[in-house]
Design a protein around this ligand. Structure first.
Ligand code: PTJ
Length: 249
């Protein structure tokens, strides 16, 4: 990776760019993953590159949903493994939840590379290689998933998902937790619980809440999930963004 001086005011952001471009060079990230990352960066800049209160609340509800689930799965793609693979593995142990590599631009070779990378990062079991089931309503390879993973999951955490697939997962009756910096994306509007934050901050934050809520009464956790109003949170988030932009000048 390129050497970025720690004194640079955009050090963290530039290092993250380096990570993503290294992910591309290693064949983990798809080339359009760089474009998606740029869009994410722009929204992160707008929210102030910090976890806002609404995102923290969403992380709490996401943790409750994972703890109430019978078969929760964390779905990871090229960008997620590159930016927050270790954090996803750590969350999967704590919840506990399965991890599945599930790609928009699916190729066997990239799935193999990502599974290998996750194992290198410490994962014991990673789903995604068999692709022996299909997310209903999606033709094209992006619908392929594992029968014992996403296909049979009741709760799916999908950081950086596309809106179409998010809707298809919901149509299958699953509870979908999305991480998306863009509060007006189709994914953000379609998921049951949307964490409007950078995946780098969001995954450890969900794990923090899993730790805090682990011994909480199940009924109380279920209430937390069922009473969550995702639409209201997105509206509050947009209000926060417009207020913040107005206050900058
Ligand atoms: O590895 P693959 O083949 O599964 O492909 C992955 C990408 C990301 C290329 C694919 O899923 C895709 O094209 O995604 P989209 O539809 O561009 O959506 C990406 C969304 O994630 C956008 O709304 C971005 O704002 C958001 N995003 C990008 N980077 C981050 C992010 N959200 C949270 N954290 C980020 N670091």
């Amino acid at each position: 990776m390129k050497k970025i001086p720690k004194s640079h005011p955009r050090y963290e952001s530039l290092m993250t760019r380096e990570k993503i471009s290294e992910g591309l060079r290693k064949g983990l990230v798809h080339e359009t993953g760089l474009i998606a990352h740029g869009r994410g960066e722009a929204f992160d800049y707008i929210i102030g590159e910090k976890t806002v209160a609404f995102a923290d609340e969403a992380c709490k509800v996401a943790a409750a949903a994972l703890l109430c689930a019978k078969n929760p799965v964390i779905s990871v793609n090229g960008n997620v493994v590159t930016l927050a693979g270790v954090e996803c593995i750590s969350l999967s142990r704590r919840a506990p939840a399965k991890v599945e590599v599930n790609l928009f631009h699916r190729t066997e070779s990239r799935i193999k590379k990502l599974v290998k990378e996750l194992k290198k990062q410490g994962a014991k079991e990673v789903y995604g290689l068999s692709g022996d089931a299909c997310i209903s309503g999606l033709d094209h390879d992006r619908g392929l998933c594992d029968k014992r993973g996403i296909f049979s999951a009741d709760v799916v955490l999908v950081p950086l998902e596309d809106g179409d697939r998010c809707q298809a997962l919901r149509n299958m009756g699953k509870t979908v937790i999305a991480v998306d910096l863009n509060p007006i994306s189709r994914t953000a509007k379609t998921a049951n619980i949307t964490i409007v934050d950078n995946v780098i901050r969001a995954i450890p934050n969900v794990e923090k809440w899993v730790k805090l809520l682990k011994n909480e009464d199940k009924n109380k956790l279920e209430k937390l999930v069922f009473s969550w109003d995702n639409r209201k949170m997105l509206k509050d988030m947009m209000f926060f963004v417009s207020k913040r932009l107005n206050s900058l000048f």
